[in-house]
Design a protein around this ligand. Structure first.
Ligand SMILES: [Zn+2]
Length: 100
């Protein structure tokens, strides 16, 4: 993926890459599905610029914030899969809750 640019979360989605996050403290890593993560960011109205992504992520093992984030071609793994709303209805409920 050398020449592709990953300036924003939407670039990950466009290039069909997922988000590989590696904890700087304990080296725990996981692959987060970019499509889901982008939706999550949009729901929360968060900045999707690449440098802003780590601030919103927290290590599932030790709780540290700001992991290293790089594009990954792999499939989503572990706890990050269970993190997102499991259905379309659940997403809609989330949006309703956030808009209060
Ligand atoms: Zn950690």
């Amino acid at each position: 993926m050398g020449s592709k640019r990953f300036d924003r979360l939407s670039d990950f989605v466009r290039h069909e890459a997922n988000v590989y996050a590696v904890c700087r403290r304990c080296d725990n890593s996981s692959v987060i599905e970019a499509v889901q993560l982008q939706r999550w960011f949009l729901c929360h109205n968060w900045n999707g610029e690449a440098e802003a992504i780590p601030r919103r992520l927290r290590c599932s093992a030790c709780g540290a914030r700001s992991p290293r984030v790089i594009p990954a071609p792999g499939q989503p793994t572990g706890p990050s899969r269970a993190f997102f709303p499991p259905s379309e209805d659940a997403w809609k409920q989330l949006v309703r809750r956030l808009r209060g």
